[in-house]
Design a protein around this ligand. Sequence first.
Ligand code: V55
Ligand code: FE
Length: 492
Amino acid sequence: MASFPETIHFTGLNTPVRLEWSAHDLDVVGEIPREIDGAFFRAVPDPAYPPKFEDEIVLSGDGMVSKFAIRDGKVNFAIRYVETARYKAEKAAGRALFGKYRNPFTDDAVVQGIEGTVSNTTPVWHAGRLFMTKEDGLAYEIDPETLATIGRWDYHGALKSKTFTAHPRVDAETGEMFFFGYEAGGLCTADVAYCIADKDGNLVSEQWFQQPYCSTIHDFTITEKYAVFPIFPTTTDLDRVKAGGPHWAHQQDLESWVGIMPRYGKVEEMRWFKGPKGVSAFHFVNAYDDGDKVHLDICLSDTNAFAFMREAGGVHRAQNELGGGLTRWTFDLASEDEGFESRLIGPPGDMPRLRDADQGRAYRAAWYLTINPQGGPPLPGGPVGAAFNAMLRVEPGNGRLDMMPLEFGMAISEPVHVPSSQGDHEGWLLAVVDRQVEPNRFTSELWIVDAGNIAAGPVARVTVPVPLRAQVHGAWVSSERLAEAQAHAQAA
Ligand code: V55
Ligand code: FE
C-alpha cells in the first residue's frame, strides 16, 4: 500500500510514530523515589512502512526498543528500531516486502529465506544480556546502553529451535532462565522445544516434544518443581497458510490442555490435563506447587482475545463482549484424573506483573490491567484494539482488590515492578499512561506508583515530549545489573 490503512491497527494510539530519538532530563512532576535506579525497557511495535495488505495487524509492526533510564530522580529516554533481517531488507528496498502475519507464502519472492520475525513483544534480560523477542523467530540481542542491535541470538549456535518465546521465566533464586519455542521445527509444526539456560547464560538443556495440536503457545510458567505448558485451541494449518490464508484460527469447540512436567525432568514425563473447550489465555500471572498440587493463575478469556484469530475460526464476538476473569486452575498430581479445579480470583484483565522474587512461588499480590467499569469506552489502541484504563492489585489468597482507575480518555500500558529496599514496602510500579487531548492527538507520560497503594495514584509523572505508540511488554533492569554486565563485556 502507498500509505497506512485507516483501520484500528494504524489509528488512535496505534498511529505509527516511526521516530528514533532520545532526550535527557525529562520534566518530572512530583518526586521520583531515589531507590528507583535502573532502566525500564519497553517493546513497541511500530511499522516502518505501510503494509502490503490492507488488513494488516498491530502484531506485525517492526519492533522498537525503548528505554527510560532513571537515576537520582532524573529520567533519560531513548527509542530505536530493532534492526532485524526483515527491517534491514525492507529499509534497503524502501517498502514492505513481507506479507501477512506469519505467512511467508504472501511475502515478496526477494525475501524468501529471510526470517520475518519483528522482535516486537518483550524485552528480556538474562545473564547480563538484553534481548528483544517475538515468538515466531529467534531473539535479537540489543546493546542495553545504545539500544543498537547486536544480532540474532542462538546461544553460540547451540539452540536447535527455530523459535524463542516472548515469555521466558527466570527463577530469581537460581538465576536460571526456563524457556521454550513452539513451531520449533518450522512453520506449522507441532514441535515444542523446552530449554534451560543457566545463570551464566549457557544453554544447558533443550528437549523437544509434540503439543496435542499446533496452537499458539504465547506464555508458560514454572514452579519450584514443575514446568507448565498451556495449550489453547487457536490452531494453524499448513495448507491454509500455503493458500495465503491466516496463520491462526480459533476453534471454539476444541478442548484445551495443560501439560505439566518436572522442570528438570524429561519431556516424556509430561502429564496432560484436559481443560474447557474454546477458552484462551495469553498471559499467566504465576504458578506454584504445594505438595502434590500445582496452582496456576491465568488471565482467562472464554474465547480468543484477538478479533483476527476469532474471525478466522468463524467466531464473531465484539471486543467488549468477551467473558472470563483472573482464574486459578489447581491440578492434583496425586490423582489419576485428567480434569482439574477452576475458580475465579479476580475481574477480567490482562498484562499481569509479578515481583521477580515471587516467580514460581506462593505470592501475596500481583498487578494487572483492566477496563474501569466507570471509565467510559476505552481508547482505541494496543494489540487488541481497545486499551486498558485501570490497574488492579490483587491478593489471590484473600480476594483483596485495589484499583487505580484512570479518567475518561486515558490508557495504561503494562507496568514493570521495581523492588524496594525498605523492609516490607512492596516497591514501585512504572507504566506509560496516554491521554487523548484531541480526537487524533495523544500525549504520553511515565507514571510512578506505590505498588502497595495503587489507589493513591502516581507519586511522580514524567512528561514525554513525543507521543509514544502503544507498548506490548516491558522489563526493569537495575543499574547494578547493568553495570555488572558492562564490566563483564569490557573484560571479555
Ligand atoms: C501476542 C503478541 C504478539 C504476537 C502474538 O500478546 C501474541 C500476545 C506483539 O506480538 O505476535
Ligand atoms: Fe505477551
